[in-house]
Every structure is written in C-alpha cells, then in structure tokens.
Write a protein that binds this ligand. Structure first.
Ligand SMILES: Cc1cc2nc3c(=O)[nH]c(=O)nc-3n(C[C@H](O)[C@H](O)[C@H](O)COP(=O)(O)OP(=O)(O)OC[C@H]3O[C@@H](n4cnc5c(N)ncnc54)[C@H](O)[C@@H]3O)c2cc1C
Length: 502
C-alpha cells in the first residue's frame, strides 16, 4: 500500500535538505510542492529578462570548513554552485542624517578594526560584542555540526535579549544603532528578539559572506536533482490539502486534485500551524495546538525589484541596511505617515553583467493588515488572478514612497530605473503558503524561550516537522532544520557525523 518510504510536504530549504539526507541514507523519498517552482524562499523569477531572487540574497558560512560549507559539500553542491564571495564588507549600515557608511567586514579581526575606526574609544565594546557572539554560537552544538550538548548550556543564553545586551555594551547610541543596524535580517523587535538569534546570523556572515550568481534557485535545483538521482520523486504543482490518519498514524496525504499518496513516514516543511490545519481535528493534544496557534509570526514586507537601465548603476557586492535615526528596534510600528522607517538593499550578481548591476532589490517592513482588504484574492504564476486596480495603485504609491527614501542616499538611482515590480505580504503568503506573509515564520521571544521551541517530533509517531520554524530561519537555519528532521527520522546522529567529516 505504501508508495513511498518518506513523503515530504513542501520543497523549501528544510524539506529539500531533509529529503537529500534521507535519500543518501537509502530512503525512497517523495517531495510534494504546491508551486510550479521548487524551493520556497529560494525561488527566482525573471522580469524584462533580468533574474531576481524572491527572498534569499546572501548566505554565510560557505568558506572551507565552515558549517554551511560542510553541509553543501556533503550534499555534493560545493563544486556545482555558481557563487561569488562578497568583497570586503558584507553589509553597510546607514542612518538618516549621517553620511557615514558603517562597515561590517568579514573576519572578526577586520570587523573590529574597520568598525572601531568609526568609534574611537569603543574598540573594547566592539571586541566584547564579538566575543559574546562567538561564545553564544558555541552553545549550539548543531550549529557547529557537533552532537550532544546539554539543554542547560543553551538555557544560559536563551533569555538574553538582543537589545538589552547591545545597550549594555556601550553608552554610545550610534554604535548601538550600528551593531543592530541590519536587524531586518531577523525582524528584530526590542522587547522580544533574543541575542542568540542575532548572534547565530551575524556570526555566519562575519565568518564569510556569499552571493549566488544568477540567483539562489540553483540551490533548490541541485538539491532536487540529487533526490531524483537517488530514485526519489519530486512533484511540482502538487498541493497537499489534507493529512489523514488511521489508528494514530498518518496514512496518506490528500492532494488538491483528489489523489491520495501513501507513505510510511511524513515530514512537513510547512509552518506548524499550517500542518495542524491540514490534519483532522483533535489529532494533536489541545495544549499543543493552542500553544502553536498562539505563537506570533514575524512581520511581513514590501519588496521592490528594480530593472536598471543598461550600464547605468555600478555593481557592488555589499548590502545596505538603512533606518531612520531613533527607529532601531521599533520599525515594525510605523504609521501611515512615517512609513518606511528602514530598508534593506541588495544586488544579485549576474553572469552577464559584472561592472554594472542590472537589477536592485529593496525591501522594508509591511504589516499584513495593510493588504487585508485584498486577502480573498490569490495570485501566483500558476494561478493568476488580478487583485484589482486599487491594489495596484496601493502598491504604486508605496513603491514611490520607498524609492524616494532610497534616493535620498542613492541620488542617481531614479534616473537608472527602467522598470520596477513589487511584491506585498500577499505575494509572500501565496508563494510560501503561510497565513500572513510572515518574513521568517515564528518570532522568537527571549522572555519565553521555551514557548517557541518546536521539536521535529510530533505526537504522531510517523509525522515530523522541518523548516525555519524549528530552530532558526535563513538558509543556514532551515538547512540545519533539515538535518534535525532527518536525524529524527533515522533515530540516530550518524548523519551529523558524516556531514562534519565530509
Ligand atoms: C524576503 C526574504 C528575504 C530573505 N533573505 C534571506 C537571505 O538573504 N539569506 C538567508 O539565508 N535567508 C533569507 N531569508 C530566509 C530564508 O529564505 C528562509 O528562512 C528559508 O528559506 C525558509 O525555508 P523553509 O524550509 O522553512 O521553507 P519555505 O521556504 O518556507 O518553503 C516552504 C515550501 O512549502 C510549500 N508549501 C506550502 N504549503 C504547501 C502545501 N499545502 N502543499 C505542498 N507544498 C506546500 C511552499 O510553496 C514552499 O515552497 C529570507 C526570507 C524572506 C521572506
């Protein structure tokens, strides 16, 4: 009766890594993806023949021996990926009313040296900040591809807030604003974000920063190819609408076209609340269901993808993070009048254009409530539906406001724009399959660290979870969630040892 040993619902980074690891262990894997394109946040698309990344613009930890390098090497990706190492600084922080571009350089010594030059007398604070990042990262064995480690050790860093810690380092407000200046990377909010989230992400980019030439979808294509080459199956345009149990175990998944697919074990790459929604009522304990449903998701965003006029805007590999002075940890609480309070700006490298950029992506926070009046529409490339002229006008007005703000810093940009395309929280919702277009899934809260802890094991013995909601978002975080889920399925740590020694 079982057609497959493992069915994975969703082909995001977590699902594909989990599928790869299990296929390498000899399991017969089948991945089901609702979209035409695989990869979730790894999807790319083209406008005016220019490639855009839908989400992922840079990746850390890919230098020889580093964590993501080891995983990608074990999965046979390192020789095949078209990567560009970011030159020098990976990020530059810019703040309104200040012409400085504060550099975040790769390598801890460089990081300290370059930033200290802007903050005379603050070198010790910057050093302490870097030491703390490394100390925190060492408390997470899997982040270092190690097994074991005690929960108590992690506990000691779980309840440290990012804002509190950064403010404790120095009285210098500008340095505080710079150290947390790229907090849109993890949707940092003052009263909630734990320092460990900040540390695990910053460390990865300080260690080494990389961009995918011609887009990040190459990662999902290679991962899918690996599964197929091991005899596995990848089904696109295949949406799971129900997860059906029999005698306390998952028996099959029902697809939107009515088909049923059977397997011995199931891994869901969906948001845990979505996974619960697809199962029959009362399959999970009420306390678990209530806890998951009560968790807050990170905010959504508004994205502008700009096609640039030929040879008009010089390429640079670093990213920019801007915020209005005084709005560091509360950019999500914008009003209609002061939006946007910050933005991130990225350029994806192209194999065809190296001196000049052919595209720029800018994103800023946008709360779901702003687009709620169009929430009954659904629009993806395989299910096209107009959301209406008023929605297009709304997006155009927002885009112009954001472009005007960006042009305060990049004054020549306006004349370089050939065309632009926008995405709203509804685009993220429809392409990623979550309920509110959340940027990074469940928001972590240092005041309630255990509440947001999601185990790969569920009460149903043959249903496992993977994806960014498990431990950490990002390509590294979701990749590690794939390891966590594969380890839960196999019931031992061997896979981690194999990755470490690949
Ligand atoms: C705007 C943005 C920018 C980002 N930038 C970066 C960056 O520069 N670097 C970085 O490292 N990280 C970045 N991230 C974060 C990172 O991309 C994500 O954390 C990570 O890719 C999420 O992986 P995941 O495994 O959780 O799955 P997801 O990417 O969420 O994929 C889930 C998949 O499941 C599918 N699915 C959903 N429901 C169903 C269903 N019912 N049936 C079948 N399939 C279904 C979806 O279509 C999707 O393909 C960014 C995220 C966003 C949104």
């Amino acid at each position: 009766m079982n057609e497959y040993e493992i069915i994975i619902i969703g082909s995001g980074m977590g699902g594909l890594v989990c599928g790869n690891l299990l296929a390498k262990e000899g399991y017969n894997v089948c991945v089901l993806e609702k979209n035409k394109q695989l990869g979730g946040c790894l999807q790319t698309f083209a406008r005016d023949k220019v490639i855009f990344d839908s989400s992922v613009h840079y990746i850390g930890g890919l230098e020889k021996g580093q964590n993501l390098y080891q995983l990608f090497r074990y999965l046979g990706l390192m020789d095949k990926l078209k990567l560009q190492r970011v030159e020098g600084d990976f990020d530059r922080i810019i703040i309104s009313g200040d012409s400085n571009e504060y550099p975040f350089a790769q390598g801890y010594d460089n990081f300290i040296k370059k930033l200290s030059a802007y903050f005379p007398g603050e070198e010790d604070a910057i050093k302490t900040y870097c030491e703390k990042i490394r100390e925190v990262c060492n408390k997470f064995p899997l982040y270092n591809l190690e097994t074991g480690g005690s929960a108590d050790e992690k506990q000691s860093v779980f309840d440290l807030g990012a804002k509190t810690f950064i403010e404790s380092l120095t009285q210098e407000k500008k340095l505080q604003a710079v150290l947390a200046g790229n907090n849109i990377l993890y949707a940092g909010e003052g009263d909630e974000t734990p320092f460990y989230v900040h540390a695990l992400i910053e460390n990865s980019y300080i260690e080494s920063s990389w961009k995918c030439i011609d887009g990040a979808s190459q990662i999902s294509k290679l991962l899918a190819g690996n599964i197929r080459s091991k005899g596995g199956t990848i089904m696109r345009n295949t949406e799971v609408t129900r997860i059906i149990t029999d005698n306390g175990r998952i028996s099959f998944v029902q697809l939107s076209d009515g088909r049923k697919l059977f397997a011995k074990q199931f891994v869901s790459n969906l948001h845990p609340a979505k996974t619960i929604e697809l199962t029959e009522p009362n399959i999970f304990r009420q306390v678990y269901t209530q806890r998951i449903r009560s968790l807050k998701d990170t905010v959504s965003c508004f994205i502008i993808n700009i096609v640039l006029k030929k040879d008009s805007f010089k390429y640079f590999s670093h990213n920019y993070y801007y915020h209005k002075e005084g709005y560091l940890w509360n950019q999500v609480d914008y009003t209609e009048n002061n939006w946007p309070l910050g933005y991130a700006l990225f350029i994806t490298p192209s194999s065809r254009h190296t001196v000049y950029a052919n595209a720029i992506t800018i994103f800023t926070y946008m709360r779901y409530e702003e687009v709620q009046k169009w929430e009954n529409t659904f629009n993806t490339s395989s299910h096209e539906q107009s959301r209406g002229d008023d929605y297009e006008l709304f997006k155009q007005q927002k885009a112009e406001k954001l472009i005007n703000l960006v042009c305060e810093k990049f004054s020549s940009l306006k004349d370089c724009i050939q065309n632009y395309y926008t995405a709203s929280p509804l685009s993220l919702r429809d392409y990623l399959g979550n309920t509110n277009g959340s940027l990074y899934g469940i928001a972590k809260d240092y005041k309630e660290p255990l509440k947001t802890f999601i185990s790969p094991n569920t009460k149903i013995p043959n249903l496992y979870l993977t994806g960014q909601n498990l431990n950490l978002h990002g390509i590294l975080g979701a990749g590690i969630s794939g390891i966590v889920a594969a380890t839960a399925v196999t019931g031992n740590d061997d896979i981690i040892k194999k990755i470490k020694h690949a």
